[in-house]
Ligand binder design. Structure first.
Ligand code: FAD
Length: 403
């Protein structure tokens, strides 16, 4: 089978590895528009479950990924002058550069052709039995058939910027800072022994109030370094290199598609769906898509069946994660609602931000319910049952009132 993967991100590279492992006779090429070793972003988080999956499908790359990751086992939230530390799930961070380097090396060693600096827009689409659009959330291949794919985009209200820092956090670190123009916060996590990621987010009014909308990159970083001085402890924030045009402030775009395939073209990873970065799942989902697509191609000899199977399986698997990501993004958009709580309660509800029930229950009451549910299985079940029900009812009412 001749396969063209457009996009050398985690999704495209991992799929190419799995297909070659499945059948070394497959002719697989990855076309990546950027030069080798250049990528956007800093570190990405993931959890133990991903390592287990990678290990089951390709132990060699799983080992390399684990070896080059750093880990933490607690979270810390700084709110005003208080810091609350909570033991939590073991988490992992790896630099995006490093992850792509590992996957590209492994793909090459298996005989995948990697063509860097090759942008595929549709008109120069290489002939292939299967074309995989793994070209990210702004997919040019998807954009050629927007109506067919039924793309929907929800643009988040808050502004964010993806930065690096030389401060090496020893935990997943949140810092919430109050300014004269509203709250601004950052999420920091290490991804190598020398570097951490630092994503900064705020409401649009705070962004303009602080002058971040007009500041050049250096001045903007200086403002942020001052605001987050306590957690950065004298370390600088780092944008992108000037050659890459500086780190942009963006609004997150949550993408869904009605269908994920058209003839021999299939969407993979962020080209098919995106989930808000605050749940740190996009890379994991992209890799899981690759596992599912490779599995479907192995199980079904007819391409239409394989692609339909892949789409069904992944859409189903994504339902709860997309819901968690939506509620998590909304939690941050409604942050002042939670920042009135004492810091330990606020942090407890930060951990509950995926809950469909939380937006509809006063935070103090929710906190008490959650505490009680911790001691009673019956209450836990009630909470799980009530959450989606309340969310559905409120959503249906909102739709009806718009008609
Ligand atoms: C601020 C932020 C923080 C994040 N943090 C995390 C995290 O902690 N954990 C996590 O799991 N995920 C995180 N993510 C999400 C994660 O980065 C993405 O979900 C993941 O990179 C998707 O992988 P992909 O391979 O589908 O797409 P991408 O990684 O976007 O790769 C697409 C590739 O296609 C190439 N390309 C694009 N167009 C073309 C073209 N026309 N021709 C050829 N090549 C092309 C691009 O250069 C790119 O290399 C974060 C995202 C953001 C924005």
């Amino acid at each position: 089978m001749k396969i063209a993967c457009v996009g050398g991100g985690p999704a495209g590279l991992y799929l190419s590895i799995l297909l070659k492992l499945q059948d070394p006779a497959h002719d697989v090429t990855v076309h990546e528009r950027g030069p080798e070793g250049s990528t956007y972003g800093w570190g990405v988080t993931y959890w133990r479950g991903l390592l287990d999956k990678l290990d089951a499908h390709d132990p060699a790359s799983a080992r390399a990924v684990e070896e080059h990751s750093v880990r933490w086992n607690h979270g810390i939230a700084h709110v005003r002058d208080a810091a609350t530390r909570h033991p939590g799930d073991e988490g992992f961070g790896i630099g995006r550069h490093r992850l792509l380097e590992i996957l590209a090396g492994r793909a090459r060693s298996l005989g995948v052709r990697l063509e860097f600096e090759r942008e595929i827009t549709g008109r120069n689409l290489p002939p292939a039995d299967l074309v995989v659009a793994a070209d990210g959330v702004h997919s040019a291949l998807r954009a050629r058939h927007t109506d067919h794919f039924g793309e929907k985009i929800r643009t988040g209200r808050n502004r964010y910027i993806w930065l690096g820092t030389t401060q090496v956090f020893d935990a997943f670190t949140f810092a919430f800072v109050e300014t004269d123009h509203g709250w601004i916060w950052c999420y920091g996590y290490p991804f190598s022994p020398e570097r951490s990621t630092c994503v900064v987010e705020c409401a649009p009014e705070t962004w303009t109030g602080l002058g971040l909308h007009t500041a050049n990159e250096a001045d903007g970083l200086a403002v942020l370094e001052k605001l987050f001085a306590d957690v950065l402890d004298g370390h600088p924030l780092i944008g992108r290199s000037t050659a890459q045009g500086g780190a942009p402030w963006l609004n997150f775009r949550t993408l869904t598609n009605r269908t994920w395939h058209r003839d021999n073209l299939v969407l993979l990873g962020d080209a098919a769906h995106s989930t808000h970065y605050s749940i740190g799942a996009g890379t994991t989902l992209a890799l899981e898509d690759a596992i599912a697509l490779a599995g479907a191609l192995r199980e079904h000899t007819a391409l239409p069946e394989a692609l339909a199977h892949y789409e069904r399986e992944r859409k189903q698997a994504l339902l709860s994660i997309q819901s968690a990501a939506r509620y998590s993004a909304q939690w941050y958009e409604n942050l002042p609602r939670y920042l009135r709580l004492p810091p330990d309660r606020m942090f407890a509800l930060l951990g509950q931000r995926h809950s469909p029930l939380l937006p509809y229950v006063p935070p103090q009451l929710y906190y008490r319910m959650d505490k009680a549910a911790g001691q009673s299985e019956a209450l836990r079940r009630l909470k799980r049952w009530l959450g989606p029900k309340v969310a559905r009812t409120v959503h249906a009412r909102a739709l009806a009132s718009r008609k």
